[in-house]
Design a protein around this ligand. Structure first.
Ligand code: XUL
Length: 532
C-alpha cells in the first residue's frame, strides 16, 4: 500500500554480538534489539565472541555461531512483534577483515533453504573452515612480509590497496590458510567477508563484497575498486573466482529469500543492499557526508575516521577505504590502542581517581603545558607503532624528565593524544572542518575542549555511541532510494530530515595557534620515542 509506513532494517554483526536497528523514512529509530554471543549462545564457548589459540596470536570465531545468532535475533524480533512486514530494505555491518570459508555445497544449500527449519540446522555443513579468522588475529607476520616484498614494499602496498600489509587484513589471512591448510583452501568455493556472509544468508546465495569493506583486505585496487591481479597473484591461486564480484556500497546484493517471508512475515520483495564493515557503517551512522567531516570515537581504544575526497595512503599510519556512502570518495581511519584506559591510569595516578580533580588540573594549567610533552604508552601502540610500553616525558627544551607535576601529567595525556591525531591525521589527508565526538569519553568536556583547540574545528556530539547498526539502517534506506531513482542519490539527500547534532565546543584561535607551534616539536619527540 502506497501510504503504508516504510521501514529499513540495519543489522550489525560485530565481534561480540548481533544487533538490529529499524528506522522509518524520517530516520526515527522504531526498534532495536541485540544479542550477545557469549551470553546468549554459550554452547559456542566464545569469550568476547572469539576463541584465542594457545599461541596467543591466532584468533577465530565459529562461523556457525553467526548463523545461529541470526536465527535467535529473528525469534526475538518475532516475540517482540517487531514490524517486520513493513521493512522495505535491509543492509548491514560486519566486523572488518574476518573471513568466512564456504564449500562447494554452500551455494545450493543457501538457495534451497526450507522454511520449517532454522538456518543453523540447514547450514551446519557449508563451511570448508569452521573457525573463521577475525580482525584480532595477528598470526600472519610472515605472510605480510612476503606479500609486501612481492608487491614492492610497504608504501607500494599502501598505494595500491590503501594500507600497508596488516596482519588482520584478509589477504594476509588467506595467504596463511593457503599455506597451512591447503586441503581446506582447495575445498573452498567462496571466501566471504563477515559483511558479505550475513547478506548471503538473507538472499540465499553468495552476496558480493562491497568496495568499502573490500578495502580492508590488502587485495583491492583502492582507486579502481577491482581486485588487483598483482595482489591476488602473490596471495593464492584462483582467488578471483573464490572472492566473487565487488559492488559499490549502495548497490543491491539481492532480494530477501522466501525463507524469511514464510517464517517471519517479511514481504516478498524486500531489497537487500550490500553490507559493509563496521567502521564504514559508523561513518554513515554519524552522517559524515563531506570532505572535512571527521569522527573521533573515544573508548577503550580511540578511533579517528573521516570523509576524504582523495586517497593519499601512508605506509606509516592509518588506512584508506573506499567511502561507503559516496562511490567516488574515500574514508581514512586511524586506530589508537591507548585510549580511555590510559586516560584513566593518569586520572588514578595524578588526580586521585576523580575526573573532577582531573578537570581542575586542566583549568589550573596553561594551554600548551608550558612546552611539556608526554607519551603515555600503557599498551603497545598502533599509531605510530610503539611496541615498548612506558611513559616518556620531555620538558620545554626537549630534555627527557622523570616526572611531571600532577597537573602537567593530566594535560600532557590529553594534549598528546590530540596532537598525535592532528599529526597522523594530516599524513592521511584529514583537514577537519567539523568533528563529531562519540564514545564513552565524549561526555568529558575538558577533554572535548582540548580536542577542539588542538584540531581547530567545532566539535559536535552524537548521543548514540553504537553507530554501526544505525548507519546500516541509513544505508538500507540510501540503497533503496538509489534503486527507486534508478541511479545514485546523494547520501546528504537521505539525511535531510535528520535532527542536527549538538555543537559543544568552538575552537579558540589563540589556543589553536599554540598547538600549531607545538606540532613539529611533538613530531620530533615522537620520532625519538618510536626509535626507542
Ligand atoms: C578495523 C578493525 C576493527 C574491527 C572491529 O580495521 O580491525 O575496528 O572492524 O570490528
Amino acid at each position: 500500500m502506497a501510504d503504508e509506513k516504510k521501514l529499513f532494517l540495519g543489522l550489525d554483526s560485530s565481534t561480540q554480538g548481533l544487533k538490529c536497528t529499524i528506522i522509518d523514512e524520517a530516520l526515527n529509530t522504531v526498534y532495536e534489539r541485540a544479542i550477545n554471543f557469549d551470553r546468549d549462545l554459550p554452547r559456542f564457548g566464545t569469550k568476547g565472541g572469539v576463541q584465542v589459540a594457545a599461541d596467543g596470536l591466532t584468533v577465530t570465531s565459529p562461523a556457525l555461531m553467526w548463523v545461529a545468532a541470526l536465527d535467535l535475533l529473528l525469534e526475538q524480533m518475532r516475540a517482540d512483534k517487531a514490524p517486520l512486514a513493513l521493512v522495505r530494505a535491509i543492509s548491514g555491518s560486519g566486523q572488518q577483515h574476518g573471513s568466512v570459508w564456504l564449500n562447494a555445497k554452500a551455494e545450493s544449500k543457501l538457495r534451497n533453504l526450507q522454511a520449517d527449519q532454522p538456518l543453523e540446522t540447514q547450514l551446519a555443513d557449508i563451511f570448508s573452515i569452521a573457525d573463521s579468522p577475525v580482525w584480532m588475529d595477528s598470526s600472519t607476520g610472515a605472510q605480510c612480509a612476503a606479500r609486501e616484498k612481492a608487491l614492492g614494499g610497504a608504501q607500494a602496498v599502501a598505494d595500491l590497496t590503501g594500507s600497508r600489509a596488516y596482519e588482520r587484513f584478509t589477504g594476509n589471512q588467506i595467504a596463511k590458510i593457503h599455506e597451512h591448510q591447503p586441503a581446506a583452501f582447495a575445498a573452498t568455493s567462496r571466501i566471504a567477508l563477515v559483511s558479505s556472509f550475513i547478506p548471503s544468508l538473507l538472499i540465499g546465495g553468495f552476496a558480493p563484497i562491497d568496495a568499502s569493506d573490500g578495502s580492508g583486505m590488502n587485495l583491492m585496487d583502492i582507486r579502481r575498486k577491482t581486485w588487483s591481479p598483482a595482489a591476488l597473484d602473490c596471495t593464492a591461486p584462483g582467488l578471483a573466482a573464490k572472492l566473487g564480484p565487488i559492488v559499490a556500497s549502495h548497490e543491491k546484493a539481492g532480494t530477501l529469500h522466501k525463507w524469511f517471508s514464510q517464517r517471519y512475515g517479511f514481504t516478498a520483495d524486500v531489497q537487500v543492499i550490500a553490507f559493509s564493515g563496521d567502521n564504514p557503517n559508523s561513518l554513515a551512522g554519524l552522517r559524515l557526508q563531506d570532505p572535512g567531516d571527521v569522527a573521533i570515537s573515544l573508548g577503550t581504544s580511540d578511533t579517528v575516521f573521516g570523509f576524504l575526497a582523495e586517497a593519499r595512503p601512508s605506509a606509516s599510519e592509518g588506512h584508506i577505504f573506499a567511502n561507503p556512502v559516496a562511490p567516488d570518495a574515500y574514508m581514512a581511519m586511524l586506530c589508537y590502542k591507548n585510549g580511555s584506559l590510559t586516560r584513566e591510569f593518569i586520572r588514578d595516578q595524578s588526580a586521585g581517581g576523580s575526573w573532577k580533580a582531573y578537570a581542575q588540573h586542566l583549568e589550573a594549567s596553561p594551554v600548551g603545558n608550558g612546552g611539556c610533552i608526554g607519551f603515555y604508552i600503557r599498551d603497545p601502540e598502533i599509531t605510530p607503532p610503539i611496541l615498548k610500553t612506558g611513559i616518556w616525558r620531555f620538558d620545554a627544551a626537549g630534555k627527557p624528565v622523570d616526572r611531571f607535576e600532577p597537573a602537567q601529567d593530566c594535560r600532557a595525556v590529553y594534549e598528546g593524544q590530540f596532537l598525535s591525531m592532528r599529526l597522523h591525521g594530516r599524513n592521511v589527508g584529514f583537514k577537519p572542518h567539523r568533528i563529531l565526538a562519540t564514545g564513552g569519553a565524549s561526555v568529558d568536556m575538558s577533554l572535548i575542549r582540548v580536542m577542539c583547540n588542538v584540531l581547530g574545528a567545532p566539535v559536535f556530539v552524537a548521543e548514540k555511541a553504537d553507530s554501526a547498526s544505525l548507519g546500516a539502517a541509513y544505508r538500507a534506506l540510501h540503497g533503496w532510494r538509489c534503486l527507486k531513482a534508478g541511479g545514485f542519490v546523494s547520501f546528504g539527500e537521505i539525511l535531510k530530515t535528520a535532527a542536527p547534532f549538538k555543537q559543544v565546543a568552538t575552537p579558540d584561535a589563540g589556543a589553536h595557534a599554540i598547538y600549531t607551534a607545538m606540532l613539529e616539536r611533538y613530531a620530533e619527540l615522537e620520532k625519538r620515542v618510536v626509535k626507542g
